[in-house]
Design a protein around this ligand. Structure first.
Ligand code: ADP
Ligand code: GLC
Length: 493
């Protein structure tokens, strides 16, 4: 089975969130299971620098407003997987983020930038892009890659299956309808049955409507996005796809996130040698200038700062919880008002609160290893990875019962405590009160060291890797590919 993953980011080269982690780890796990897997990424500077042995495959010429576009092929450094790169200097070679300028403003030519990516993805499923290889399955991730699915559906002569994974339905890729001519897609799709969305053009819809299979990153989120509450205006489209929508829970990279080998940590540890975790905790408190308080419940959060993540709940409850002896160490960036409020919280009580506004991979590892608990109080969460990183590091997650958080964390109810299979604290309402109660439950359990250690070890023993999910995707691909082969071919000539 030849599989092409199309995405805008891949850890460690380009990362704005969990999508990059998934795009690095899932293809590698599928390759381990025998699939012939390749990736397609936009030629952002970090991708051109970080993919090894790049060589030209095809001169595409001028398109999507770019004068010179080339298809290159190289290898990902970590996994060794083949990576195609769309080199379009005019569209991709620039300083700043993959979607935004350094200041946070969307790139004004994102339509062309991601229309090109999807279009090349579709061509790699036909045999006109690389004479040596073409995909049986194109797996497009999020709106940035979604156009591939529409192009593939438009080419019945190409017997290829398409899978579209929604990592976050809130980011849809909306553009003015009058920019349609730049898309390079047949005008018949200029309708609500195609890409039109309330008078705008919606990239996400290209994946939702045209992929053979739509997946999302947890079973609960798959059910949630079929409802108006979580459907971001697209729940009707999701419902219309019926059984073509499924949820496959993300895994985590067990090598990148391994407390027994993690080079970022002061001391390495595992479930049998938890004294190393205590050393990481003291080292973290010292590094961050927090009081060296043994008894405090040290809660971390490593997160984008957006309304999705519920950081405002945490801020609202902060005075109460600090007064009860809790410590907080947060790292994140995003919304300016949240950043400012977090900075003020640190200034008010630097011995109890540490805030690092910014992005730092190694520090994220130290925070997750050193804290007692990790907060993910999200309003919605397609999957969420940091609660799983927490479990892997013996750091108990405190999460809202929503999306992938619901599917990954088992609440430490009295029954779960007795059974030794609870892994964290789960709360329901998106309110500071419900969050506060959950943190209080965590603080109370921390005061019972044996029970706390059992919960840590239950989380550390959880099977969180990618092999199961990789297999599930491969099984779905097989079904999709078989159906694509059976579909009637367009008459020749
Ligand atoms: P999302 O993709 O919605 O942001 P996830 O939990 O799936 O949420 O993934 C977030 C990823 O980004 C994790 O790998 C997390 O460690 C990382 N991350 C988020 N913010 C930061 C930060 N400020 N510094 C380092 N890593 C971060
Ligand atoms: C998105 C979601 C997050 C998920 C990640 C990887 O960014 O917000 O919940 O874990 O994608 O699938």
């Amino acid at each position: 089975m030849r599989v092409l993953h199309v995405a805008a980011e891949m850890y460690p080269l380009v990362k704005t969130g969990g999508l990059a982690d998934v795009v690095a780890a899932l293809p590698a796990a599928q390759a381990d299971q025998g699939a012939d897997v390749r990736l397609l990424l936009p030629g952002l500077p970090a991708v051109l620098d970080g993919v090894d042995a790049l060589r030209p495959v095809l001169d595409i010429g001028s398109c999507f407003g770019a004068l010179r576009v080339r298809l290159l092929l190289g290898r990902a450094r970590a996994s060794g997987l083949p990576v195609y790169v769309v080199d379009a200097p005019y569209l991709y070679r620039r300083a700043g983020g993959p979607y935004q300028r350094a200041g946070g403003e969307e790139w004004p030519d994102n339509l062309q930038r991601f229309a090109l990516l999807g279009w090349v993805g579709a061509h790699l499923a036909a045999d006109d892009a690389d004479a040596q290889w073409c995909a049986d399955i194109v797996h497009a991730h999020d709106w940035h890659a979604a156009l591939a699915c529409a192009h593939i559906a438009d080419h019945p002569a190409t017997p290829v299956g398409s899978v579209f994974t929604v990592h976050n339905l809130a980011y849809q890729g909306l553009f003015p309808m009058h920019d349609w001519p730049m898309l390079g897609l047949a005008t018949r799709h200029m309708s609500p049955a195609g890409l039109e969305y309330h008078g705008q053009l919606n990239f996400m819809k290209a994946g939702l409507q045209f992929a053979d299979l739509v997946s999302t990153v947890s079973p609960s989120y798959a059910a949630e996005i079929a409802t108006p509450e979580f459907g971001c205006g697209l729940d009707g489209v999701i419902r219309s796809r019926g059984a073509a929508v499924c949820g496959i829970l993300n895994g985590i990279d067990l090598e990148v996130w391994n407390p027994a080998t993690d080079a970022a940590l002061a001391v390495r540890y595992d479930a049998a040698r938890l004294q190393g975790k205590r050393a990481c905790r003291s080292a973290l408190q010292a590094e961050l200038g927090l009081d060296l308080d043994e008894r405090a419940l040290l809660v971390t959060a490593v997160s984008r700062l957006t309304a999705q993540k519920g950081i405002d709940l945490l801020l609202a409850a902060l005075p109460t919880l600090l007064a009860e002896g809790v410590q907080f160490a947060l790292q994140g960036s995003g919304d300016g008002a949240l950043e400012a409020a977090l900075r003020m919280a640190q200034q008010a009580q630097p011995g109890r609160v540490h805030v690092h506004i910014g992005y730092d991979e190694a520090r994220a590892h130290r925070l997750i290893a050193g804290a007692d608990a990790i907060a993910v109080p999200s309003r919605f969460e397609p999957c969420g990875l940091t609660q799983m990183y927490g479990m892997r590091y013996g750091t108990l997650p405190i999460v809202r019962r929503v999306g992938g958080l619901r599917d990954t964390v088992r609440d430490l109810t009295p029954d779960a405590l007795a059974g030794g299979n609870g892994t964290g604290f789960v709360f329901d309402a998106a309110t500071p009160q419900a969050w506060t109660e959950a943190v209080r439950r965590a603080a109370a359990l921390k005061a019972q060291p044996e029970a706390w250690q059992r919960a840590m070890q239950a989380g550390m023993a959880r099977e969180l890797g990618w092999s199961g999910p990789a297999q599930e995707y491969l099984a779905q691909y097989a079904r999709v590919a078989a159906a694509a082969q059976r579909e009637p071919q367009a008459p020749a000539g």
